[in-house]
Design a binder for this molecule. Structure first.
Ligand SMILES: O=C(O)C(=O)C[C@H](O)[C@H](O)COP(=O)(O)O
Length: 288
């Protein structure tokens, strides 16, 4: 069955990671039907975390579950290798990394070397491919050349782009776009990695159930609702909005994002929540 993987938000209180909130949120999402927790992804503000903070989030989530993908990418290879070794020592099943970002024009050999060095330390490495953020597309041909990648999370609006990785034998492939949850589940990918799973895990689980029952029409309607929720949230700033939506919809405090991703102010939060309620009413959706 296609997996629903959540790139879990990182809860901050006073700019410090709140481990207890993170554990509660991870536990609550698993209870809601999420299959694995992706730690230190984009939604988790991975690039804004120090090496020590990436270790903190991992250890906290590992107290709740072993169903973890540990994102270790960064621009200091010593830190990346330290985190890969930590994952091995803690028996973390899967690590993931985006390609080196910000530095443009990196040649193919350098990208390949980056991932091969991680594979020398850990035996289950996923590529987190996010071309619009990283500035380079680590495509299926490059993944084949790297030779040791076991899975790909492809944040891409093109499902065809994600499907190309499936031509590599035994490759696990997930799509990371919130707008392609239903498509990822129904086109033979291995699942979705959806930031929206932080605040509407029940909806994503419902989409999967309806696809499995071949009730594509109603699955599509739920997908359109998710599209509107996400598009509305992006209007205020997606990641800061996720904290507001998660608190409201999951019913517990999840702290705040870390500046530079400044939290929404009171009036922005109210406006977002009012628009969100209107969308739920439009689709006659109510939490069970
Ligand atoms: O957060 C993560 O680590 C994810 O895997 C999910 C997506 O990569 C991000 O939500 C970015 O998606 P966009 O906002 O559509 O660019």
């Amino acid at each position: 069955m296609a997996e629903i993987i959540v790139p879990i938000l990182t809860p901050f209180k006073g700019n410090k990671i709140d481990k207890e909130i993170l554990k509660e949120h991870a536990s609550s999402l698993l209870k809601a039907g999420v299959d694995r927790i992706f730690v230190n992804g984009t939604t988790g503000m991975g690039p804004a975390l120090s090496r020590e903070e990436k270790e903190t989030t991992l250890r906290a989530v590992m107290e709740v579950t072993e169903k973890v993908i540990f994102q270790i990418g960064g621009l200091n290879m010593d830190d990346v290798k330290y985190l890969a070794k930590l994952a091995k020592d803690l028996s973390v099943k899967t690590v993931a990394s985006y390609a080196p970002y910000y530095f443009t024009g990196l040649p193919r050999w350098l990208i390949i070397k980056y991932f091969k060095e991680i594979c020398e330390i850990h035996d289950e490495v996923y590529l987190y491919n996010y071309p619009s953020a990283v500035g380079k597309d680590v495509d299926a041909e490059t993944v084949s050349e790297i030779g040791c990648i076991k899975g790909v999370k492809d944040t891409n609006d093109s499902i065809n782009h994600s499907l190309q990785y499936k031509k590599i034998p035994n490759m696990k492939v997930f799509n990371g776009a919130d707008t392609l949850v239903m498509t990822a589940i129904s086109t033979g990918l291995d699942g979705t990695v959806s930031a929206a799973a932080n605040f509407v895990p029940d909806v994503l689980v419902n989409i999967r159930e309806r696809v499995l029952k071949a009730d594509i029409g109603s699955a599509m309607r739920l997908q359109f609702m998710v599209d509107e929720l996400v598009s509305t949230a992006k209007g205020f700033g997606y990641i800061p909005s996720i904290y507001v939506l998660t608190k409201e919809l999951m019913g517990y405090d999840v702290g705040e994002p870390r500046p530079v991703l400044f939290p929404l102010n009171e009036s922005q939060s109210m406006e977002l929540l009012n628009k969100t309620r209107e969308i739920f009413e439009k689709y006659s959706w109510s939490k069970k």
